[in-house]
Design a protein around this ligand. Sequence first.
Ligand code: PLP
Length: 472
Amino acid sequence: MLASAAFLHQLVDALGSPLNVLLPDQIAENAARFRSVLARHHLTGRIFFAHKTNRSSALVRRLAATGTDLDAASLGELQHALAAGFTGGRIMATGPKDPEFLWLAARAGATVNADGPGELETAARLVRDYGLPRLRVVLRLAEFETSGARRLSRRSRFGWSVKALDSLLDVLERHRDELEPLGVGYHLDTTSVDEKATALEGCLRALEELRLRGFEPRAVDVGGGFGISYLAHAGQWERYTTALTDAVMGRRPPITWGGHGYGLRSENGILKGALGLYPAHRPVAGEDYLDELLTRPAPSLGRSLGTLLLESLADLYAEPGRALADQCGLTLGKVLEVRRTDTGEHLVRLAMNAGDVGLEDHGVLMDPVIVPRDPGRGQDDGEGPVAAYLMGNLCLEADLITRRAVFLPRPPHPGDLLAFANTAAYCMDFGATHAQQQPVARKVAVSGEAGSWRWCLDDQYWPISCLGEQHG
Ligand SMILES: *Cc1c(COP(=O)(O)O)cnc(C)c1O
């Protein structure tokens, strides 16, 4: 799509800058790849798209037309999913829940991923008081440990300690008529397969506990966090982080605004802190990460986690967010002004702000791609590669699209677009605001191939007609 400059410029001319472009067919493809991992391990299970990744209707409606399920983390997301065609039985309610969210989830027949005894009690009371159908629940657990006492999973505000599982089971026992425990699970904010393997094994043990108490659980939910590898080559990431470290240590000129270190700092010539960035290159990400987890031997039971799941007759649930949105869209911003400071830096001002492309908030560092207004220009004016800082449209010193210098093959010209690739996961609308009454990006759904792109507004997209009859 980046090669289709004229098409992208037409869209921005019509719909304004910033603009989010989504590829709904890509998310269907990504979901199919996740499901094929289950098949490879002979497992049955369900893939729940973590809706919080992106507010797009097109992505959710496209998934509604597949065998994928959905993870809703708020009342609004639940309503959106129901309106997009997800029946309640295909939805799991996760995250912090207010009574209205719980009521609608229970009313619609969704599964509730419960965070602790308080939530179970509230849910049971709602089911009883409002005559709702028996509610299926998954218990979200945390603080898994291996046989040694070393705590492997980090502290989280979510989940109930697996060591206090008994108290959860007591609540379930009191509410057998209202609650049906479908299984147990976790969602860990980590990239470590080891931590997840420990948690998965802990969940298999917890399933046994439920069975001993006379329940009939049948699923383990491994949460999300399968990730995206934003860069093609590990070497790119190593070079960048090395250069950043050198800049922080004063061994080279800064490559960030004001010498920002993304968590690194120099104290008396010693490197301190830790890099607070998303690992832009991940050797194993997406469905391959799930595959790796299932292939991995269980930390104490020894055999592969996939085999253990199979033998415990458990379905595998997963809640990928970022990974399902991989390559599902990009964000466009128009260049308004290019300035050169007296220290020789290029400052590029865009018709967008940091909230429109949440690269900083989510620690994702990528150089944008220039989509030239005038395809003939650029190559011939003898301007080589430059480092540039990207300024937003807010009247605020801190409004840099990203605090790092981005590296472009030439200085952009006013009227060019900068395309931020692969922003569908968390970077499109998670932090978008109406600050200073600047426009929030519109979204368009696009399908097709170079030369024959079709598009429609995101909220006009339905998987049957908007972009043609491709889903049969
Ligand atoms: C955010 C979230 C996810 C998705 O996480 P990713 O890292 O985007 O895959 C899944 N489950 C829960 C409970 C979450 O909060």
